[in-house]
Design a protein around this ligand. Structure first.
Ligand SMILES: *Cc1c(COP(=O)(O)O)cnc(C)c1O
Length: 500
């Protein structure tokens, strides 16, 4: 029963698609006309912080998720949260906050695949399964994912052995790091399937998108009681769980006396597809005292230009950097921000997205530009990224990965330029052991004659930091998935695995 005054949140598409409830939005992933689902209202944090500080991560997750997923019962959300955030998080704490110099690093990489994507992909399978149950969908859900590295493994790990689901991941055979590849091809679970493809990430991504749009194939699958779904970051089932750690980290600072109640903080986020920082924006809209949202890019600085000039222009050279998970020129989730800052002008958003598609470029109007003042944006190149990893380790013994380093560098620039001394959270998105070659290079460790697995040991002995359990001895694990195909063969790979 919905009591009087209880807010019902509905989800509507950014390009004018009709509103549906959260269960449907999680299952559909993307709206018909290509828009993304957004909540029709931002629920407010309505329990005093002085009380919320006593909540652990799971309790806080239930509280925040229930505010957005209003068609789920509290018991259903508890079931999802308790299965997602358990002892697979290595540090005991789900989202530890570590103080280094004057800043606070929010380490979101202690889940089983060592990147922040675990925070959402640990819970998405349970949300999806629960949503299917609520809507009485009996078909088996087949998750199709193309990955450039981190999403694939996090999705595999999240969906492995989840009843009623199968997951198929395609990755560019030559486009991922050795550690990332080893993580994927050693994946256990009867319902998992991993395939390397000849070609780059764009080829994999394009081929998978074509499968989603192939009506005939989808009908064939439907006859066999299969339903395709996606685990990528446009699903609101990935976005909303990410709001939790922003609230949680604020409460941690409050609890430890680092800030006073109501004091505002900044957050600085290494950004690619604009999912993580958008969750921080949602937290702010819910009433969390966030001052600036600092959006950090690498040399693929299309977002940085957007925030500074109000022009989005993807017509530029794609650069391969030391922070590969941010090598992206079309940040899908930015569409949601465009919707919010245009006061829900769906025609305008559709028009801008059409321009992006046709011309690779769009310009926003003055009133939208005015609303970008919540944000600050900068970027760091590889040289600056290496330098800050080295200096921070030398000066403070704190080791960070390349993505986090981009954020830290941009934050330092912000602090100098704006003369703002507010307490700041730097979001730490991956373990340094996931990118051992670049981190070793940054620290000046000779790495030319060693492979990535040997480098893990070198990095560990140099820094005196243990290799995380989930990748220790990974080079000796049994390779379970030894599949390689051409991009034209993706469909037959799927048919083979599903036996259709
Ligand atoms: C995915 C990823 C990012 C970018 O996050 P978005 O939500 O796409 O902006 C940053 N760092 C790492 C390590 C990632 O895996």
């Amino acid at each position: 029963m919905n009591g009087v005054g209880l807010l019902q949140i509905m989800y509507k598409g950014t390009r004018g698609e009709k509103s549906i409830n959260s269960s449907e939005a999680i299952i559909k992933g993307i709206a018909e006309a290509g828009g993304l689902y957004i909540p029709n209202e931002f629920p407010k944090i309505d329990i005093p912080f002085s009380k919320l500080i006593n909540y652990d991560y799971r309790q806080l997750s239930v509280y925040i998720l229930k505010k957005y997923l209003t068609d789920f019962t509290k018991e259903e959300i508890e079931y999802c949260v308790n299965n997602a955030y358990d002892d697979k998080f290595e540090k005991g704490e789900i989202a530890p906050l570590v103080k280094v110099e004057e800043e606070f690093f929010l380490e979101l990489y202690h889940g089983s695949t060592l990147a922040f994507k675990d925070m959402a992909l640990s819970i998405l399978p349970y949300l999806l399964k629960t949503a299917c149950k609520k809507l009485n969908i009996k078909d088996e859900i087949v998750i199709l994912t193309a990955t450039s590295g981190d999403t694939g493994k996090a999705a595999l790990q999240g969906f492995a052995n989840v009843e009623g689901t199968k997951i198929i991941v395609f990755f560019p055979e030559k486009g991922v790091s050795s550690i990332q590849k080893a993580q994927m091809v050693t994946q256990q679970g009867e319902n998992t399937h991993v395939v390397g493809i000849y070609g780059n990430f764009d080829d994999a991504q394009k081929a998978v998108k074509e499968i989603f749009n192939d009506k005939e194939f989808n009908n064939l699958l439907k006859d066999k009681k299969y339903m395709l779904s996606s685990a990528n970051s446009i699903n609101i089932g990935r976005l909303i769980p990410q709001v939790v750690y922003y609230v949680y980290s604020y409460l941690s600072m409050l609890k430890h006396g680092e800030i006073k109640e109501g004091e505002s903080i900044n957050v600085c986020v290494p950004t690619g597809n604009f999912g993580n920082i958008l969750a921080a924006y949602y937290a702010k809209k819910m009433g969390l005292p966030i001052n600036k949202l600092i959006c950090a890019s690498n040399e693929n600085n299309v977002l940085c230009d957007f925030f500074n000039e109000g022009i989005y222009n993807k017509n530029r050279e794609f650069k391969v950097t030391s922070s590969p998970s941010m090598d992206i020129l079309v940040s899908s989730n930015l569409e949601r921000l465009l919707y919010h800052i245009s006061n829900g002008d769906e025609d305008l958003v559709s028009d801008l997205m059409k321009k992006l598609n046709m011309e690779g470029k769009y310009i926003i109007n003055e009133s939208m530009k005015e609303k970008l003042k919540d944000f600050y944006s900068g970027f760091a190149n590889d040289k600056e990224t290496y330098k800050i990893i080295e200096n921070t380790f030398k000066d403070n013994g704190y080791l960070m990965d390349t993505h986090t380093a981009v954020a830290y560098k941009v934050y330092k620039d912000y602090k100098n330029a704006m003369n703002d001394n507010k307490k700041t959270i730097i979001v730490s998105t991956a373990s340094p052991f996931k990118f051992p070659r670049d981190v070793c290079k940054a620290l000046g460790i000779d790495n030319n004659d060693l492979n990535d697995f040997q480098l893990l040991y070198r990095l560990s002995s140099f820094t005196n930091i243990n290799i995380p359990n989930s990748i220790r001895n990974i080079e000796n694990r049994e390779v379970i998935h030894n599949n390689l195909c051409k991009k034209e063969e993706i469909k037959s790979e799927i048919e083979k695995f599903l036996k259709v």
